[in-house]
Design a protein around this ligand. Structure first.
Ligand code: TXA
Ligand code: MG
Length: 304
């Protein structure tokens, strides 16, 4: 486990305009000072990320979030219930210097989240200002859910890296926009039902590319082609079952939380065997299944 000196090293890297790999409860992030355009540019460079795809500003708490974004009652209610945790809110920007134009891809909105992982929180409280952190994968690849996977993806570009062990959730945060009507831009482990219980009905992102610029068709993809809703593997395919044992089983007991936590790691591990393809069993659509199926559809190259 990282020491206080490791946390200081990560904060120093951010202060120097360099990048740091940070664990969160969802996936590992590649972090930079949100107010520093050169540092933010280095993130886009390291990931090979299209510049029109904005980043999430990570903050220590609601107080820091309210300094950069304009919260209404619904936003405050959601933050009260789900922060710190795996929920990102897209809100009107208040302080355009604190989260630079490049980080927002020029939008007049900002995505903000207070992560729950103790190491991420320690860095954010010590740094005291917003930190942008996309998932630490190269663009289009599965998000890293272990320290080793994060270092393999973008470690060469980071001055500091904190090992927080395997990510508990394993899927990226739920993204909800509160610009006009509340809209689910990216399903995640905070489910649609949980959000609707707090603020009422959510509209879908649909294919409004301007509203959710990061929702590209081919995303989260391993090298091998992915076939979803498969009943069984074909010759040469690696097999990711659900509710059955197997070397790449998402969950032997058919547990959605476990499947979410295992998804990206199993895609990577299956991919390392260089199969002709990767076949994935059907995953039930309810609850957390919405987010798992969203990632699987994109890994397979379908627009969600
Ligand atoms: O769990 C997570 O959210 C992880 C960890 C590291 O915190 N981060 C993450 O970041 O998944 P990233 O960059 O891979 O995904 C950010 C998503 C993208 O789909 C992006 O398009 C969307 O948030 N986004 C960011 N700012 C936005 C904005 N102003 N309006 C609409 N969508 C936005
Ligand atoms: Mg990502």
């Amino acid at each position: 486990m990282p020491t206080a000196a490791d946390i200081t090293a990560a904060v120093d890297a951010l202060s120097a305009g360099k990048l740091a790999i940070l664990p969160t409860e969802t996936v590992y992030g590649l972090a930079a000072d949100a107010s520093a355009p050169l540092a933010v540019a280095a993130i886009f460079e390291a990931k090979g990320r299209p510049r029109f795809n904005p980043l999430i500003a990570h903050v220590a708490d609601l107080e820091q979030a309210e300094e950069i974004a304009i919260f209404d009652d619904r936003a405050r209610q959601l933050a009260d219930v789900f922060w710190p945790g795996p929920l990102t809110l897209v809100l009107p920007i208040r302080d355009a210097g604190a989260v630079c134009d490049l980080a927002r891809a020029g939008l007049d909105t900002v995505a903000v989240r207070a992560p729950g992982h103790p190491l991420a929180r320690a860095v954010l409280f010590a740094f005291g200002r917003p930190v942008v952190a996309p998932s630490a994968n190269r663009s289009g690849r599965p998000s890293p859910t272990t320290f080793a996977d994060a270092v393999e993806e973008t470690g060469d570009f980071a001055r500091a890296a904190l090992d927080g062990g395997p990510c508990e959730i394993g899927l990226e945060s739920t993204v909800v926009a509160l610009i006009d009507q509340p809209r689910l831009l990216r399903p995640g482990s905070v489910t649609r039902d949980q959000i609707e219980a707090v603020i009422g009905p959510l509209a879908d992102a649909q294919s409004d590319a301007k509203r959710s610029p990061g929702r590209l068709a081919l995303h989260y993809a391993p090298d091998a082609p992915v076939r979803i809703n498969a009943e069984a593997p074909s010759e040469g395919e690696a097999w990711l079952p659900f509710g059955e044992p197997g070397p790449f089983s998402l969950s032997e007991t058919g547990d959605l939380r476990e499947a979410a936590a295992n998804l990206f790691r199993m895609l990577r591990e299956a991919d390392r065997t260089q199969p002709a393809g990767i076949a994935v069993a059907p995953i039930p659509a309810e609850g957390l299944g919405e987010a798992i199926n969203d990632r699987l559809k994109r890994a397979a190259g379908f627009v969600g």
